[in-house]
Write a protein that binds this ligand. Structure first.
Ligand code: HEC
Length: 150
């Protein structure tokens, strides 16, 4: 690796991790291990599957079908971290799922996902993350790594 690519790599790392520091960062965040089966049960009991398919998992038909069909998991360039999944569930408007076309929404800045924070238990959230996280498969390395690979 040439010296300048080290410097660029370091800068990119500083830039990427730079967003993670500060009093409201997720620094130090760590979930306990969850139970995937209980996560699946929570997913069904909260009717998450009225709007979601889960990659590689057969789910029964939902009680009612919402006008959304967002697949969770599948081939992605970057696997969602635990922090990103928790955020997607308890603070969905913070960042809409990559590739989700918000143009048709009444308010394109606001996630149409319902609010679960006053009803979902912490245990359910932990189990949901344990259920959903392994559904993401890492695609090719990001172009940045390809470019700088020796
Ligand atoms: C009424 C429809 C609806 C329901 C019900 C719903 N969601 Fe969503 N969800 C969405 C939409 C639309 C998106 C894409 C926009 C966004 O990121 O908020 C999304 C995004 C997500 C994402 C981010 C996916 C990614 O790859 O970035 C996760 C995780 C998720 N939902 C989990 C859940 C869970 C868990 C439940 C049940 C507790 C649930 N959703 C219920 C509509 C819904």
């Amino acid at each position: 690796m040439k010296p300048h690519s080290w410097a660029l790599g370091l800068l990119a790392t500083l830039f990427l991790t730079g967003c993670e520091v500060g009093p409201k960062s997720g620094q130090g965040f760590r979930l306990p291990d969850g139970d995937t089966e209980k996560g699946k049960a929570a997913f069904l009991s909260m009717q998450c599957h009225s709007c979601h398919k889960v990659h590689g998992v057969e789910l029964p038909a939902p009680g009612s079908k919402a006008p959304f069909d967002v697949t969770i998991g599948g081939e992605v360039t970057k696997v969602r971290s635990y922090g990103e999944l928790v955020t997607a569930i308890i603070n969905p408007t913070h960042g809409l799922a990559p590739g989700f076309d918000a143009k048709k929404l009444e308010d394109p800045k606001r996630s149409p996902m319902p609010e679960y924070n006053s009803t979902m238990t912490v245990e359910q959230m932990i189990n949901l993350v344990a259920f959903l996280h392994p559904r993401y498969n890492q695609l090719d390395p990001a172009p940045y790594y390809r470019y700088y690979a020796p």
